[in-house]
Structure formats: structure tokens, C-alpha cells
Design a binder for this molecule. Structure first.
Ligand code: AMP
Length: 213
């Protein structure tokens, strides 16, 4: 099964992808993680992406498509999950072409639908481990010791783009550029809408049901 997960920022794409990878051993590409790794490694691509990410804007399509192309080999041979890519219709069209070149297809495009006020609460409370990247939440999944990762003891931080002023820009970018993907995948008969308002486990159960059909 090859799937992609899309939706507004804070919908739980990353959380659900990690659970799917754990459950099914699928390959996983998260463009957000790829950019954050490039930033941590201070590559020129990372520095370029950071300019947009810190402001809450989308990274330009050619940069995103380039980084996905580089990771494409990873997707061969087993099921995969694309998390946060595509985020625009031109990216979706490029993805079609890349998949075709590699003899691959997407089976389902899972849209995580989440109520607006819940998105704000999820995003502002998110905390990430500087060392291992594990994700916590001040309300929903607080670490045992405030500010410290339960898994590796690393310190937790708030992503620059999870600060309130930046979130507003991200949500606008989502409305303008990513929301049209719903229609794109509906026309392609790949769209599956999942209510993402529930707990991590509830949403995961719904996704699992879909994958089994
Ligand atoms: P995420 O971790 O998926 O929330 O992504 C964090 C940020 O990385 C986004 O707000 C964008 O600035 C950038 N980004 C990640 N994926 C994409 C994409 N497919 N297209 C454009 N920008 C992206």
C-alpha cells in the first residue's frame, strides 16, 4: 500500500505516519523532516528552506521537488507513506510524473480533517526533542519531566514555526495552496477523508480500517 497523508498544519500527519511506519514497516518520507535535517546539517538547501519555514511560508515547489527526487530510491520495493508532500497542485503533478518513472502509484490520498480551534491548540502546545526528534505535547502528551525528552533525555523545544504569529501564516498558506489538493485527489478517485479531531489512537484506527479495505 502506497499512501500520502495531507491536511492542515497540526492535523497529525507526522504522528500518524510514525505509527503507520511502526505498525507496517513502510518507508516514510516527510518533507518537513528532510528540511529540518538539512537545516541542522547547515546545507545550502537547508539554509534556503529555513528562510520560508521560519516565516510559515511554503518552500518553493522546485526546491521541494528536488529534495523528494533525491529520496525517491528509498521508496522502492515496499509500501510507502508520503507525509507533508505534496502540498500544492504542481507538486502533486510532479509526484505523478516521478511515480510513473519509477513504475509506482499512490493507492490512497488520506486527508486529515481537523477543526480550526483544535489545530491552534495542537500546534502551540507541540514540543520536539532537539536530540532525537520525538514529539510531545504540553496538554496531550506531556513529558515526565518538563522540558526533557522521555526517550533520550534531550531537551525539548518549540519549533519556530509553531509560534502563534507564524501559525496564522501557515494556516493561510494551507488554505490557498494545499486545500485545492482535496479536489485534485477527488478527481483522481484517490481521496479518503478521515476525521482527525479525535485522539491519536482513534484517528489511527480509522486510517487502519481504510488501509484494510
Ligand atoms: P511540516 O513538518 O510538514 O509541518 O513542515 C514544516 C514546514 O516545512 C512547512 O510549514 C513548510 O514551510 C515546509 N514544507 C514541508 N513540506 C513542504 C512541501 N511539500 N511544500 C512546501 N513547503 C513544505
Amino acid at each position: 500500500m502506497n499512501i500520502l497523508i495531507f491536511g492542515p498544519p497540526g492535523a497529525g500527519k507526522g504522528t500518524q505516519s510514525v505509527k503507520l511506519v511502526k505498525q507496517h514497516g513502510m518507508s516514510h518520507i516527510s518533507t518537513g523532516d528532510l528540511f529540518r535535517n538539512s537545516i541542522a546539517n547547515k546545507t545550502s538547501l537547508g539554509l534556503e528552506a529555513k528562510k520560508y519555514m521560519d516565516k510559515g511560508e511554503l518552500v518553493p515547489d522546485p526546491v521541494v521537488i528536488g529534495i523528494v527526487e533525491e529520496s525517491f530510491e528509498k521508496l522502492k520495493g515496499q509500501g510507502f507513506i508520503l507525509d507533508g508532500f505534496p502540498r500544492t497542485v504542481p507538486q502533486a503533478e510532479s509526484l505523478e510524473a516521478m511515480l510513473k518513472n519509477h513504475g509506482l502509484t499512490i493507492d490512497q490520498a488520506v486527508f486529515l480533517d481537523v477543526n480550526h480551534s483544535l489545530l491552534l491548540k495542537r500546534l502551540t502546545g507541540r514540543r520536539v526533542c532537539k536530540s532525537c526528534g520525538s514529539v510531545f505535547h504540553v496538554y496531550y502528551q506531556p513529558p515526565q519531566n518538563e522540558g526533557t525528552c522521555d526517550k533520550c533525555g534531550g531537551s525539548l523545544y518549540q519549533r519556530e514555526d509553531d509560534k502563534e504569529e507564524v501559525i496564522t501564516v501557515r494556516l493561510k498558506a494551507y488554505e490557498k495552496s494545499t486545500n485545492p489538493l482535496r479536489e485534485y485527489y477527488q478527481l483522481n478517485k484517490k481521496l479518503v477523508v478521515v476525521n482527525g479531531d479525535g485522539s491519536t489512537e482513534e484517528v489511527f484506527e480509522q486510517i487502519e480500517k481504510i488501509l484494510q479495505t
